[in-house]
Ligand binder design. Structure first.
Ligand SMILES: [Zn+2]
Length: 234
């Protein structure tokens, strides 16, 4: 089998989505990319997580051609490919229909950055894509979903706000590795839940100040990060 380590990591990430209650039935998928090989490992389409095996994952090239695997790749593969092509720092992508994040996507409301839990991972609100025009829905829908996300991030750093809400649909998130992305999907759902409750408790609630938001984001990310343990050389 090709890319065994990445295959194992993608498999584990898909299971993590189930363990965290982020997916119901087959709603959701995780993928990882080997930039070195130009290959993507992704969950197969319509296979329930209880019968999923590492060897059941599908490997495709960046055009979506299957390179290894018996099953068809997730139907969301073209969305993943559009993001891998546009966002060079991304090593893993997760899509779920987790309840609270999806509620914000259905309401077509960005998730405001109301607290430091949010700011630890996202340096600002989680944006919502523009509604897709009928021609983009009729043809190449999944690819165009990816392009709508990329358009929404024009002029933004996707690694500072590594998640999006697709209007009327659900969230996608990404990170340098697929394991980190599965973790982030859980954080996104919790941040969405806390923001929803905050807005209910106080409809006038204001976003965090820029200095407090940036303090929390930057102490965990980037050149000046100091939170947690110093990374060991790998
Ligand atoms: Zn979906």
């Amino acid at each position: 089998m090709m890319l065994e380590a990445l295959r194992a990591e993608v498999f584990e990430a898909n299971l993590e989505l189930v363990r965290r209650g982020l997916v119901l039935y087959t709603f959701g998928n995780a993928s990882g990319i080997s930039r070195e090989h130009g290959l993507v490992v992704i969950k197969p389409s319509g296979v329930t997580y209880d019968v999923l095996k590492p060897e059941g994952l599908v490997i495709t090239d960046l055009k979506g051609q299957v390179v290894e695997g018996e099953l068809r790749p997730s139907s969301d593969l073209p969305t993943h490919l559009a993001l891998y092509q546009a966002f060079s720092g991304v090593g893993g992508i997760v899509h779920t229909h987790s309840s609270n994040a999806t509620a914000w996507a259905q309401a077509c409301r960005e998730i405001p950055c109301l607290g430091t839990t949010h700011a630890d991972y996202f340096r600002g609100p989680i944006p919502v894509t523009e509604p897709m025009p009928p021609e983009e829905i009729e043809k190449d829908y999944e690819w165009n979903t990816g392009r709508a996300i990329v358009r929404r991030f024009a002029g933004m750093d996707p690694m500072s706000i590594p998640a999006v809400l697709v209007a009327g649909h659900a969230p996608f998130c990404w990170a340098p590795t697929v394991s980190e992305t599965a973790h982030l999907a859980g954080i996104l759902e919790e941040v969405a839940r806390m923001a929803l409750v905050s807005v209910v408790l106080n409809s006038e609630v204001q976003p965090l100040s820029d200095p407090l938001r940036d303090k929390h984001f930057l102490r965990k990310h980037g050149a000046g990060a100091y939170y947690g343990q110093t990374r060991k050389p790998s």
